[in-house]
Design a protein around this ligand. Structure first.
Ligand code: S6P
Ligand code: ZN
Length: 189
């Protein structure tokens, strides 16, 4: 019986570093060998040990994936680094349920949220502690770390959004975030 009881939530979050704790927290890491094809410079990829962690994601999925009306919560941590001149970044995806939007917010470090619509227009938003980002319907999204410390970003998205990785894996974004004269620049493919 839950009536009149006062519970402790199964998940808590560090207010400064956004580290999630609790038995319901899921953890996923993406290593260089798994995501190498997303980077432009395949020779530069080979300089990294295959198990180099590029990014990790903690998440709390209180309902089953695909459930309409629920929400998921996550914290993504992208390590600092570059493959050649291209910043460490996430795989990036459209949502499988393409009318599902998402919020991101910057917690630590600095980076760029790279966004692309279905017409393959690509643009970026600067990510920094306190930056808030609305990722609208049908917009592909990818995070790149442009700083020299971890980039930590919070996220909240619908539980029925799902992930369509195939479109980006096959065709990429139409621009890449490259360091030019020490600055991040979006360069058309
Ligand atoms: C989920 C949300 C994030 C990403 C995470 C990793 O919709 O956008 O939690 O999953 O930043 O990126 P990716 O592209 O590997 O899923
Ligand atoms: Zn997403």
């Amino acid at each position: 019986m839950t009536h009149l009881k006062i519970f402790i939530s199964p998940v808590e979050i560090g207010l400064t570093n956004f580290e999630m704790k609790g038995s319901a927290v899921q953890f996923q890491q993406r290593q260089m060998d798994e995501i190498a094809p997303i980077f432009l410079d395949h020779e530069a990829v080979k300089k990294f040990p295959s198990q180099t962690v590029v990014y990790s994601v903690q998440s709390w999925q209180p309902v089953a994936e695909g459930t309409p009306g629920g929400l998921f919560f996550g914290v993504s941590t992208i390590m600092p680094g570059k493959v050649g001149r291209e910043y460490f970044m996430t795989k990036g995806h459209f949502h499988a349920q393409s009318d599902c939007a998402e919020f991101y917010w910057g917690v630590q470090g600095k980076g760029v949220l790279i966004l692309m619509d279905r017409d393959r227009n690509t643009w970026g938003e600067e990510v920094y502690p306190g930056s808030l980002h609305y990722i609208g319907q049908d917009i592909a999204h990818r995070l790149a770390n442009t700083g020299d410390q971890n980039l930590v970003v919070g996220a909240c998205w619908p539980s029925d959004a799902g992930h369509d990785y195939d479109e980006i894996a096959g065709n990429g974004f139409s621009a890449r975030l490259i360091e030019i004269n020490g600055q991040p620049v979006l360069v058309s493919e």
